[in-house]
Design a protein around this ligand. Structure first.
Ligand code: C2G
Length: 743
């Protein structure tokens, strides 16, 4: 007999719904039906449902658009099974979630599981979890702290059912921080809800969960914990186009927060543990979050209407909830209750003053002093009309398009501009540019006062464009991998990528594009609306220089690379999900170098070059005379000149290298994962790139041994590719860009 109903409200974003339904399809426990409650979706979802015909699924349409609370209520009313579970259409469950919840269910009113938050889809989430190193000691400490909290609640409410306290702890306190209380992740006995008239308040948009769950906890008599039954709650990585309820910026949210606590109180015992927890939660919101707005917001409402509103609600807290607050929280709450804004502001100043001092004294935060100087001092200085700040790859090297624009500027307008390079470490920069270390006082100074900024990656998040500044963004490659707003999943280290990008691209005045395809793609993936400079890549000018053979010979000499052998360059990209930390990625070499040396070493040498994000060093011990690690050489464009065959994977390297019309091989051993799970591509790698896709070291070696045949086989495709992607490059990009931007 079917025992469980999954109530699944849906309004929009069908790709999320697909993932939710897929997770249901993959559930080990199959004794459930799904009630899909449609709240007037703007899209037809019939095609989505076609893929899930094996689910026992019933669709209910709401007569008018009413929101999630109404959908959930419709689900409770239509539910015919003993148990029900709420699943939001943008979240998912794991294979074992339902079996774990249903295991010992035996007429419990409430079985509570665990809610985990993520930015990712199920496949990536599971992979991350598996990689998570579980620190046993850390786990033990957490468990101990958890038990202590439960014990202290038990001591305080000695009359209460210990099971209730536990459930309360999990569902109200631990799981959702002070942000939002959620009804998700739990199994509810249907009769228990219906008999106690436990439904959601339909006129609340953001906080109906809070009232519902508080009432459930107050009324439930039997509870069970299913600790590993995970509900996975997804944060939306595109708050611009697809905001979740939590990301919606609405005037009603604050009012609802207070009102929901007031409504819930009507159902709760004034001296009971649920009431206590709820009141404490609001106090926590006020003392941790709201005070930031009171302190800094430009909107007066935080110090007037909102202040009065929360004063009223917190003043009505259960007396117990106001007892035993920490000293600093008390300092914020007591003046609030008296309506003393000045007193609250004094307490806030004290708290933040103390906090800031402590963080500055901590050594690692000493570095952030330059930001204070930036905001409070440098931004007030006048802009220097002749100063240009250059930066490439987070100041790691002197290369890419900013290098070539700089050199063109020096030739075309000698002495006219004061040029500053943001660069870390020692690098040979001609024309005597001033060098500043990235993220230093001087760097902050030049970010603030330079008239022109020429960057090949994004500007720092704390940069604020000033009126009168000119920002020239060169970017650093023709897009093969999907970028920003065209990326469904963000698996790289910073999940707030889209939100941050949205603001940053508005600060760009010019964006460099190497071909019509890039121009079109940059408009969609960056939502870029500014001027597009369609002259080709300045970094590719060198590939059209008249003396490239001579240059190549000189470079080989400089790097100690034998002149009598041909060269193979291996230049792979980075993998979004393989990181140690921000901007520090792992790389495992999947080429059998020993075998290459044995089979190719007579005629070839191998040049290895990792992406600048890669922190791992490639080990070339035993490969002396064959493998040369050029990862720390500044400029890959120069390396192209000495390369006979280029091997890459999904790096934009091949778009540039194709200007030389020399053979390209693609070592795409993980293409399925890269394409389906990590990024996805703009062009079809199987039919549009100018060389073969290879999957093993043996295939790579074989291709090199038969490179002439490969060149013939791919000649037509190479030509089409060249016409499509190298059509702007003519060796004069830097010059044209300098003319347009600086003259
Ligand atoms: N690069 C390099 N060595 C590598 C890989 C890349 O020097 N092994 C340089 C090349 O100039 C390349 C640029 O870094 O064009 C960008 O590298 P990608 O591998 O394409 O990756 P990413 O930095 O993610 O940029 O629109 C392009 C995308 O943004 C890709």
């Amino acid at each position: 007999m079917t025992d469980l109903t999954v109530i699944l409200p849906f309004h929009d974003y069908p790709h999320y719904l697909k993932e939710a339904l897929r997770s249901l399809k993959e559930s080990q426990y199959s004794n459930f039906k799904v009630l899909l409650i449609l709240d007037h979706p703007p899209v037809d979802i019939t095609p989505v449902l076609e893929d899930f015909s094996e689910l026992d699924l019933k669709v209910i349409q709401l007569e008018e658009k009413k929101g999630t609370a109404a959908c959930r209520n419709a689900g409770i009313r239509a539910c015919e099974t003993n148990y029900l579970y709420f699943l939001d259409s943008d979240d998912y469950v794991l294979e074992s979630t339902f079996s774990k919840l249903m295991e010992n269910v035996q007429e419990q009113d409430l079985v509570y599981g665990t809610v985990r938050n993520t930015w990712n889809n199920k496949a990536n989430f599971i992979e991350k979890i598996q990689k998570e190193e579980i620190d046993e000691e850390d786990q033990l400490e957490k468990e101990q702290a958890r038990q202590e909290k439960i014990q202290s609640a038990l001591d305080r409410f000695s009359q209460s059912d210990p099971q209730q306290i536990k459930a309360l702890y999990h569902t109200l306190i631990k799981r959702s921080g002070f942000q939002k209380v959620t009804c998700l992740g739990n199994l509810y006995r249907t009769k228990f809800l219906v008999e106690n008239d436990l439904y959601f308040e339909e006129d609340l948009r953001y906080f109906s969960d809070q009232i519902f769950l508080s009432r459930v906890l107050e009324k439930a008599r039997t509870f069970l914990e299913a600790p590993d039954a995970w509900y996975v709650k997804r944060k939306h990585n595109d708050p611009i186009h697809e905001p979740s309820l939590d990301q919606e910026d609405s005037e009603d949210r604050f009012e609802e927060r207070c009102r929901s606590v007031e409504i819930a109180r009507n159902y709760l015992d004034q001296n009971g543990p649920v009431r206590y927890s709820l009141d404490r939660k609001l106090i926590r919101y006020y003392s941790k979050q709201m005070i930031r707005h009171i302190r800094r917001s430009k909107e007066e409402k935080w110090r007037t209407t909102y202040f009065e509103r929360i004063q009223k609600t917190i003043a009505d807290s259960a007396p117990q909830a106001l007892d035993e607050l920490s000293r600093s929280t008390k300092g914020l709450v007591l003046p609030l209750i008296e309506g003393d804004l000045k007193g609250v502001q004094r307490a806030i100043r004290w708290r933040f003053g103390k906090g800031k001092l402590a963080s500055i004294l901590k050594k690692k935060n000493k570095n952030t002093l330059y930001k204070l100087a930036y905001y409070h001092r440098y931004l007030k200085l006048p802009i220097k009309e002749n100063v240009v700040l250059f930066e490439t790859f987070m100041a790691k090297n002197y290369s890419d398009s900013p290098k070539y624009i700089y050199e063109a500027l020096q030739k075309m307008a000698p002495g006219k501009y004061e040029c500053v390079w943001a660069i870390n470490g020692n690098h040979d920069i001609p024309y005597g540019a001033k060098c500043v270390k990235r993220f230093s006082f001087q760097y902050a100074y030049y970010l603030a006062v330079s008239k022109y900024l020429v960057f090949n990656v994004r500007q720092p998040l704390w940069y604020r464009k000033r009126e009168g500044q000119v920002f020239l963004e060169t970017w650093h490659g023709t897009p093969l991998k999907r970028l920003v707003f065209d990326q469904e999943e963000v698996t790289s280290a910073s999940p707030k990528y889209k939100e941050q990008f949205y603001r940053q691209r508005q600060e760009w005045d010019y964006l460099v594009s190497a071909n019509p395809f890039s121009s079109k793609t940059f408009r969609s993936c960056f939502l870029y609306e500014g001027k597009m400079l369609e002259y080709g890549y300045p970094r590719n000018d060198i590939l059209y220089a008249p003396n490239i053979d001579q240059k190549a010979q000189m470079l080989k000499e400089k790097l100690g690379i034998p002149k009598d052998k041909k060269t193979i360059l291996y230049a792979p990209t980075w993998r979004d999900d393989e990181h140690y930390g921000k901007g520090e990625y792992k790389f495992t070499l999947a080429l059998d170098l020993q075998k290459m040396k044995t089979l190719l070493g007579k005629d070839y040498v191998l040049l290895l070059r990792t992406h600048h994000y890669i922190a791992d060093k490639i080990d070339t011990t035993g490969l002396e005379g064959f493998a040369y690690n050029l990862s720390s050489y500044d400029d890959i464009s120069e390396i192209y000149l000495i390369t006979d065959i280029c091997i890459t994977d999904y790096s934009s390297v091949f778009f540039d290298f194709a200007n030389l019309k020399r053979p390209i091989l693609f070592y795409t051993y993980d293409i399925e994962k890269y394409k389906n799970q990590l990024r996805g591509f703009y062009i079809d790698m199987h039919t549009e790139v100018p060389g073969p896709l290879l999957y093993t070291s043996e295939e790579v070696i074989d291709a090199i041994l038969h490179i002439d045949q490969i060149q013939k086989r791919y000649a037509k495709r190479y030509e089409e590719f060249y016409d499509r992607f190298c059509c702007f490059d003519d060796g004069h990009a830097s010059e044209n860009i300098v003319k347009e931007v600086f003259q």
